[in-house]
Design a protein around this ligand. Structure first.
Ligand code: ZN
Length: 341
């Protein structure tokens, strides 16, 4: 099968062996798979990524010396059932799955971050039958592939335990920020203020439902008129060093901060500022299986408005160039890889 391989930042297309489904597994053909910021991180900073993964328990079976097939935000079609499967989903059924391939020794494989199992930037994958969720009829594969990234935004909003009377500020309007805005909008939160240096990303934020957007280069988002005299919850969706300290400096008393952006480097912040203002900070990661399945449902029934989220669809041959192009965020929201293109 054709697959995009990645090793230490280099990406190329190669014909590799099609994986075989084992007990309880199915072979699927990938219909759509989103490129995630974490994929860009893994390519650009492979050593940091591997090191962090080892230090946090090593769920990602990634090395700096073996090529890996990335891609964990996918929608696929059932092609073949392996031995000892229940055949719950017929051949031809569109499915999504949390990107985890179950292993009997509980050393589960992270699909898209493991050298032992290919991710979604390939024609086929092997998935665990137990993990499959059928995509409701009428939902296209490109929309269903947004289940994973939107589940991340949904989880962050769930973790924020909003009461409904807060003002919310989303810092960073890349795919993670847009997922958070989508989930906030679905909960009818208002006002939603969003900030990003890129005018293209601000336009995407407005399209996803942000009530007020601003360019932090010229305006202080914390001074947005909509935020005055309201309890404030800030979603940090940037993930670069210095952002959290900057929030400490600018946030008003008692602000709650939810950190969704993934910063791989050592960061520096001054606790005394947060202490003085009694700020609260919550770090979040991933989603629960229930949130993942609700995310797919919300896409299918229109609760999550995904029409504007996919900005580009590319084939396997374009993945390497797209990884480079995504360094410039201006024109991109979510890019979906479709191996049949
Ligand atoms: Zn992701």
């Amino acid at each position: 099968m054709r697959a995009v391989l990645m090793e230490k930042g280099k990406l190329w297309v190669e014909n590799i062996e099609t994986p075989q489904p084992g007990h309880g597994e199915v072979l699927v053909s990938t219909k759509a798979c989103g490129i995630c910021g974490s994929d860009l991180h893994a390519a650009k900073h492979t050593s940091d990524f591997v090191q962090t993964s080892i230090e946090t328990g090593g769920a990602f079976k990634l090395t700096t010396f073996d090529p890996v097939v990335l891609g964990h935000e996918f929608c696929a079609e059932v092609v073949e059932h392996g031995p000892k499967t229940d055949k719950t989903h017929a051949v031809g059924q569109l499915v999504c799955s949390i990107p985890v391939r179950l292993q009997s020794d509980r050393n589960h494989l992270a699909v898209g971050y493991s050298t032992e199992t290919p991710g979604g930037f390939a024609e086929h994958m092997v998935l665990s039958e137990r993990m499959l969720l059928p995509v409701p009829t009428g939902t296209p594969a490109t929309a269903a592939a947004l289940t994973e990234p939107l589940a991340v935004g949904y989880h962050a909003v769930m973790k924020a335990q909003l009461q409904g009377d807060e003002a919310v500020l989303v810092l960073g309007c890349g795919p993670v920020g847009l997922a958070v805005i989508t989930a906030l909008k679905a909960q009818a939160m208002a006002p939603i203020v969003a900030a990003d240096f890129s005018s293209g990303r601000r336009a995407f934020a407005t399209a996803q439902g942000a009530d007020w957007v601003c360019d932090p280069a010229t305006e202080d988002p914390f001074q947005a008129p909509d935020l005055r005299n309201r309890k404030l919850v800030v979603f940090e969706c940037v993930g670069v060093p210095g952002v959290i300290d900057d929030i400490f400096v600018k946030a008003p008393q008692d602000t709650r901060i939810v950190v969704v952006g993934v910063c791989l480097q050592t960061d520096h912040m001054r606790p005394l500022i947060a202490i003085n203002k009694e700020l609260s900070i919550q770090f979040v990661l991933g989603y629960t299986p229930d949130e993942f399945s609700r995310s797919l449902q919300a896409i299918a029934d229109g609760t999550f408005d995904v029409a504007g989220l996919v900005s580009h669809e590319v084939g396997l041959d374009d993945v390497a160039a797209t990884f480079t192009a995504l360094a410039d965020p201006e024109r991109y929201a979510k890019v979906i890889v479709n191996p049949s293109l």
